[in-house]
Write a protein that binds this ligand. Structure first.
Ligand SMILES: *[C@@H]1O[C@H](CO)[C@@H](O)[C@H](O)[C@H]1NC(C)=O
Length: 202
């Protein structure tokens, strides 16, 4: 009985970890965004309990507000949370790959609100007729508290958002390993013009 329970627990753990790897590979998040998939699923919940995982399709309206992001943190560790869209302006011709949606660094444990925001959260704004974009959320476990320069990019600004490369950013700042991740997909809806209007400041 005990043996069976352990076996089932192992199988469930394997299924869980494979699902992140499988979905990252199936949708080309590996290698378009990161060279290797994280082993753990990052829990990302939008308004009305909508969970962003395994490439589920959500609408820009559903993701307009910053989601709740949860993970099992190790005490006294710092984490970075980054959301990026490799499909800017379209997956077919990603000439602005990637568009930076959200960057929070030096998060103590899993207290996102106490982290240092380098770029405010902005939801999905895929232009009309550009199909589904992938929105990838990655969690890095930092080697310690890090120093960052520059001013915060507000949720009204596009500054430094296009042509971002999360893998290069992570390497440059030595963010450490990607320990968890997830992604959803979205295409144009009526909220997109409102978001583009919001992003009109420099
Ligand atoms: C933009 O950021 C401000 C300040 O953090 C926040 O109060 C506001 O709700 C945000 N707006 C949107 C549309 O997310």
């Amino acid at each position: 009985m005990l043996f069976q329970s352990v076996l089932i627990a192992c199988i469930l753990a394997a299924v869980e970890s494979n699902s992140v790897e499988d979905s990252f590979k199936a949708h080309g998040v590996v290698p378009d965004v990161v060279p290797h998939a994280p082993s753990q699923l990052l829990k990302v919940t939008y308004e009305n309990g909508l969970v962003a995982k395994e490439g589920v399709v959500l609408t820009p309206t559903q993701v307009k507000s910053q989601p709740l992001v949860e993970w099992e943190a190790q005490p006294d560790e710092y984490y970075s949370l980054i959301m990026t869209d490799p499909d800017a302006p379209s997956r077919a011709e990603p000439k602005f790959r990637e568009f930076k949606h959200w960057v929070v660094v030096n998060i103590p444990g899993n207290d996102v609100a106490s982290g240092e925001v380098l770029a405010d959260y902005v939801g999905s704004g895929p232009p009309k007729d550009t199909g589904l974009h992938r929105y990838v959320l990655l969690l890095y476990k930092q080697p310690g508290k890090l120093q960052f320069e520059g001013t915060r990019v507000s949720n009204k600004s596009r500054r430094s958002r296009p042509k971002f490369h999360v893998a290069k950013f992570a390497e440059h700042h030595q963010l450490g390993e990607v320990v968890a991740g997830t992604f959803y997909q979205a295409e144009y809806d009526d909220y997109v013009p409102i978001l583009h209007q919001q992003l009109s400041e420099n």
